[in-house]
Design a protein around this ligand. Sequence first.
Ligand SMILES: NC(=O)c1ccc[n+]([C@@H]2O[C@H](COP(=O)([O-])OP(=O)(O)OC[C@H]3O[C@@H](n4cnc5c(N)ncnc54)[C@H](O)[C@@H]3O)[C@@H](O)[C@H]2O)c1
Length: 322
Amino acid sequence: MPTTSPKIYSSIYPYIDAANFKNAHKGKVVLVTGAGRGIGQQIALHFALAGAATVVLLDLVVANLAETIKLCEGHGSQALPFACNVSKQEQVNAVFNEIFSKVGDIDILINVAGVCNAKPILLETYAAIWGDIEVNLGGVIQTTMKVLPRMKARGSGCIINIASRAGTVTVPYLASYGVSKAGVIKFTESVQKDLDTDGLGDKIQLYALHPGAVQTDLSRRSMDPEVASAYPKFVANRPKWLKNFNTSVDLAAAVCVALASGRVKNSMRGRYLDCEHDLEAFTTEDAEKEIMGGNLHTLEVRFLGGLPNDGGSSANLFTFEE
Ligand SMILES: NC(=O)c1ccc[n+]([C@@H]2O[C@H](COP(=O)([O-])OP(=O)(O)OC[C@H]3O[C@@H](n4cnc5c(N)ncnc54)[C@H](O)[C@@H]3O)[C@@H](O)[C@H]2O)c1
């Protein structure tokens, strides 16, 4: 039985207002991927507002980052732009080597870079699906693996992975996106599980965050002509569907700043959160009990008649933990 009833917000609300987080990240080095526009740009700006010393900005080309640099520098942060396609291992290796030698360790990593191609599976190619997964999930895995050993060595760090509701519900014509975002949610939980098992959970936290339904280049992208001609109903419904995209572009940014401050680390580390959920509601002991007790905010299967997910006839044979 739920004991709490959190509110829903579609724009920044008092608890997460930037005024409450001035200097919350003073002196920190924050890295944001996909920082050139949309949600990533706002996240970079909000960490500058929260006092970050350096905001490391990654996007496909440095030219994409000009506006974000101005916004961050306008609030007193050093802004360092790097070109990096997060799906390309050699680029990620080279850029992180350069960042570590120029800037040092990363305190907070926010993985935002992402692509979304809505296409019926019958019109898809394996290469296109895999390419999307390499950006949305591969990018998150690679950057996480770069920063984690250093976070462990220093005994602190935070990683927030921008996921999507599409990783938790099944939407037609969105296989590559849904798979990659579900992977991001599971990866976030898995890495946190490793850290908790190694006794590092109180020092390093990860979160998977749905940034809302936001009007950006990604959500407003034009329809593939092949899809448009084969699926006219899908095209016709799109304007109606897009009308529901009314989360403010900076809500996720303010939530990231608050998450990285550690306020809900006991109840929510490793878990999936919708940025529209009132974060203050997650700070209480009752919320912690309800989340832990019900294993909420995770991807889970449920079985007929409440059958247990304990391995069936092999129940209790696997004792990897506890
Ligand atoms: N807009 C929404 O409603 C919505 C909903 C759910 C999740 N998301 C997620 O939020 C994130 C940001 O989305 P947005 O709406 O701001 O999109 P956007 O297209 O406006 O911005 C994405 C940014 O990522 C960069 N990028 C894309 N591929 C990259 C790559 N391979 N390497 C490096 N940078 C790359 C782009 O150049 C761009 O600057 C994405 O991960 C997206 O899946 C968005």
